[in-house]
Write a protein of this length. Sequence first.
Length: 85
Amino acid sequence: DISNHTPQNVDKYIKEEWDYVITVCDSAKETCPVFLGKVKHRFHIGFEDPSEAKGTPEFIMSEFYRIRDEIKLRFQDLYNDKLFL
């Protein structure tokens, strides 16, 4: 359950070194923030923003579930195809 989690500003992590940075914003609708820290591998996986869904409460909730499931599948694919060596 991540309902109590909140976004954090990426600036807090700029000075750290990272093996992987994965951006997930919807590239068709916005420009992802640029992470300028030391990074060995960068990946981008764009997802629609479910908070922009319009309709009944049931439809809106179904959009959140749909994107959640898509995130899971696409990260599993990334792990299997690119990260698991």
